[in-house]
Design a binder for this molecule. Structure first.
Ligand code: F6R
Length: 242
């Protein structure tokens, strides 16, 4: 991968937003893959600022989010749909119908997953996929052991991921233990991938991703098999790279 190390987390957000913005300017109807979590919040703030200050236009963009908790509806404040509305979609001029997040309360999860894949395919595929990374190397909710061919499906979250995500909920018992996630195979089909991270807590995950042997035990390391991956990190997350 192409690794860009910048000074701090706000520089990560700015660089990332600039790359997304340049994709939008050259292809106003591009297809973005989007992530939730703490890491992309600053990027979404920066994109919002660019929309308000420079008129960055999202009206023709199609988006697909990586994942959603099973059991949480769009109105649930901890659902990823709600997160996207709050942090990006409602703050810029996205067309609601062109934004996609798996439906966590579908009565037929298997069908929801199949339909999600079909919608991505019908859109022409993801041009630029934004990713965060878990401490254990997970990408989206593809935990260690997920196959390289995996597609959008229902998965169980690991105890570690549940504990990590408990900070967003009132109590750990409120964290759902299953989710719908794009698969590694789905993510690998994106034309370009932009993985972002900051803070020393991510340093080991980044080192294994960039410099380790590609292994199913560390899903992000499988991105070494993709030909267009850019990693944007701060110096703390890059501390273990030589
Ligand atoms: C989010 C997602 C997750 C996060 C990862 C890092 O849609 O799929 O894989 O990217 O858990 O989370 P943060 O950014 O909160 O450290």
């Amino acid at each position: 991968p192409n690794v860009i190390v910048v000074g701090d987390s706000s520089s990560v957000s700015r660089r990332t937003a600039e790359m997304i913005a340049s994709c939008l300017r050259s292809h106003p109807n591009c297809v973005l893959g989007l992530a939730t979590g703490g890491t992309p919040v600053g990027t979404y703030d920066e994109l919002t600022r660019m929309h308000l200050a420079d008129g960055l236009d999202f009206s023709q963009v199609t988006s697909f989010n990586l994942d959603e908790y099973i059991g949480l509806s769009a109105e649930h404040p901890q659902s990823f749909r709600y997160f996207m509305q709050e942090n990006l979609f409602s703050r810029v001029n996205f067309c609601r119908e062109k934004t996609h997040v798996p439906n966590g309360v579908s009565s037929d999860v298997e069908r929801e997953c199949r339909d999600y894949e079909a919608m991505i395919a019908r859109s022409g595929g993801i041009d630029l996929q934004l990713l965060g990374i878990g401490h254990n190397g997970h990408i989206a909710f593809n935990e260690p052991g997920s196959s390289l061919q995996s597609r959008t499906r229902q998965v169980a979250l690991t105890e570690e991921t549940i504990q990590n995500n408990a900070r967003f909920f009132e109590s750990i018992d409120d964290v759902p233990n299953t989710a719908i996630t794009m698969g590694i195979g789905t993510i690998m089909e994106a034309k370009r991938i932009l993985l972002i991270a900051f803070g020393e807590g991510k340093a080991e995950a980044i080192e294994r991703m960039v410099a380790g042997e590609p292994t199913l035990d560390h899903p992000a390391s499988l991105l070494q098999f993709h030909s267009d991956v850019t990693v944007i990190i701060d110096s703390a997350a890059g501390a273990k790279l030589s």
